[in-house]
Design a protein around this ligand. Structure first.
Ligand code: GLP
Length: 236
């Protein structure tokens, strides 16, 4: 595990963008596993800036996102599809048909989950997976549990996650209670993992996840077993 601590969000974003950029330059048709949340916003902004300067080309890239709220369509500005379109995809030259986010409005969610895993497998797996970390140690929306869930699945969000994510909604009642999330197989089979954690409030969970026991009570702790993971944290 490579563990990097930086002293500003700007540096975190630049380092993370550097790793993603290197991946895309070395393998232009990379399958990028992407994340939402406030942590990757600076990384996406930096990548957009380099794209605009002509330094990086996403035209052959494929993206698969980690998760989506159940019941929110892509036109809903709280959905993760909307987040990705507006904070990244629309500003770069990735082909829209090459961007995948689970469909939280699928009539048959179980079938949607199976389809999502099959798609990732068809693509040959993920080359580089970008992750944030929730305050309870969740990755994607893999919440603390008695076991690690292997495949893409529907999850009941924990109260602490609903509370934490309510900052993006008008109020807590509006936060969907369920989400579709990639499971641990697709994440752990990614060839490389890059986890970014920003802010003082993430300090404790990062310590537990990467230096404590591996337990499904802290889902991110499984990442200690990954052979090629970089963690960048900024403590401010
Ligand atoms: C959400 C997302 C996660 C993300 C987490 C942390 O719950 N599903 O993928 O890592 O939030 O978000 P933030 O970076 O805003 O703290």
């Amino acid at each position: 595990m490579k563990f990097i601590t930086v002293d500003s969000y700007e540096k975190l974003s630049r380092q993370a963008a550097n790793i993603i950029s290197a991946q895309v330059i070395i393998k232009p048709d990379s399958v990028l596993g992407l994340a939402t949340g406030s942590s990757p916003l600076g990384t996406y902004r930096q990548l957009i800036d380099w794209y605009e300067k002509g330094d990086i080309d996403f035209s052959e890239c494929i993206s698969v996102n980690l998760d989506e709220y159940v019941g929110l369509g892509g036109e809903n500005d709280q959905s993760y599809r909307y987040f990705m379109n507006h904070n990244f995809f629309h500003a770069i030259n990735i082909k829209p048909e090459n961007t995948f986010v689970p469909n939280g409005c699928a009539e048959d969610l179980a079938a949607e989950c199976e389809k999502y895993d099959a798609r990732i497998a068809d693509l040959g797996g993920i080359d580089l997976q970008l992750l944030g970390i929730g305050l309870d140690g969740h990755i994607g929306f893999n919440e603390p549990d008695d076991y690690f869930v292997k495949n893409t699945h529907v999850v009941e969000l924990h109260e602490s996650t609903i509370k934490a994510n309510s900052r993006f909604f008008e109020n807590e009642a509006e936060v969907p209670r369920r989400a579709v999330t990639m499971g641990m197989v697709s994440i752990m089979q990614a060839k490389k993992i890059l986890l970014i954690a920003s802010g003082k409030n993430k300090r404790d969970i990062v310590e537990k996840a990467f230096f404590g026991p591996i337990t499904p009570k802290i889902p991110a702790s499984i990442l200690q077993l990954h052979p090629d993971i970089t963690v960048i944290q900024c403590l401010n």
